[in-house]
Write a new protein. Sequence first.
Length: 515
Amino acid sequence: MTYENLHRPLYGADVLANALNNYPDIPLLRQLDGPTLSVRDMRDETSRYIQALESVGVTRESCVSMLASNLPETLHIGHATLMIPSLMVPIHAMSSLADQLNIVRDAGVNVLIFEAARFEKAAADIKREEPDIVLLSVGPSEIAPDIRKLAASFEPRKLVPPVIDGDHVGRRSYSGGTTGKPKAIPAAARSGQQCAMIIQAEWEWPAPPHILSCAPLTHAGGTMFMPALLKGGTFLILPGFNPEQVLQCIQDYKINCMMLVPTMIYALLDHPRFDEFDLSSLESVFYGASLMNPVRLKEAIERIGPVFAQFYGQAEAPMVLTYFRKADHDVNDMNRLASCGLPCPYVRLELHDADGNEVPDGEPGEIVAQGPLVMNGYLDEELNKEVFRGGWLHTGDVAVRDPDGFLRIVDRVKDMIVSGGFNIYPREVEMVIAEHPAVAEVAVIGVPHEKWGEAVKAVVVTKPGQDVAEADLIAAVASAKGNYQAPKSVEFVESIPQTPVGKPDKKALRAAFAA
């Protein structure tokens, strides 16, 4: 006798459906300019949006993408695609049209849902280049039907989670490779559920959590919804990050939990009215996505309180490779404040040298990981051979472990720049600058920046007898790649240092311009 479903694991859709059936009358989703939605409301809206998407042809084989700020519909649509289950591929709203089209084409996006008030032009531009894509708007639009109205036409039904296995891919994100070209990272159900369980178990949550979300819900910000749901808390969404609005909401709504990137914390600290707000309700502020300046971290702890906890991971092993507890933030130890915490007990994590051997304490080594959290692999098998060599996920981050087991990231194997929580790939910026007729050579590096963590700097050699203005190169990158990838400065030099094999010596450049 067999028991087909007796030990079948539960994944994200199962947990969501089960949780939305419990405590239906508890207030859950709060918004500044709209009604508070209960658990029952969220369940019913999920059902309506499932039916709305299915009515336009969305199936398990479909790929859905979104261009939207933080709206209730952002969550409803994300939950609906999880339940259908179709593939969700978020598009960064700050990216250039060229980058957005690259993702749309590579992923095979069938349906693009956009926020009419903010992204109608971007959606129209994508539709012009990809005429077969189906557009749906959130709000009234001249170019697409309004999914709000469509969803409202359906009666809610019981949520029935799909039967999937741990390798099912319901989400795909895009990251840059060693060449700087975006590479697809399929997120397996197994990895997502492992991440969610670790977040519930390891992170320090207020009881109950009253969470403010100003980070993008289509990205890491969305991970904060399930803890609010599962722990009987509330989830207040803001359209985006506005420092004064965040400070006001913490005070007015007695927010006790948030997720922020370091640049957001800097902006709060630097706001001229910071000291006027009552932030005493805060209990846990989770920060990550880029390294935080330990001097600013000390300032934050001293001005706000010992409420800060850091998470570390990457799309290939999301968010929970390490955790830096609130109590471990010692303001009298700057080396400790520069840490990313201790390895998560639910992950096998080591530091390896170039030969795959574990390094001793105090010696730098690449962070490598194993376990259910780790992705199945890229769509490119050659990349998989590199990143999974020796049977470990190679993160590309180099760290040092102290005698107490705390890790401190000291460098990156790759040259990726992290500025304001965004990943920027130098090669893509270099390619834009190199298109200028006056440019002979260019190298792009990240340099330390108090506010952004790192700033993009371009080092340029011009052709003999030719000249180009710094502002023109910055504007060219902003136009082609988006403002957040544009260099903050351009240095004109006679020559770029070379490695013995003839490559630009970016380590030497970083050392020269670090001050």
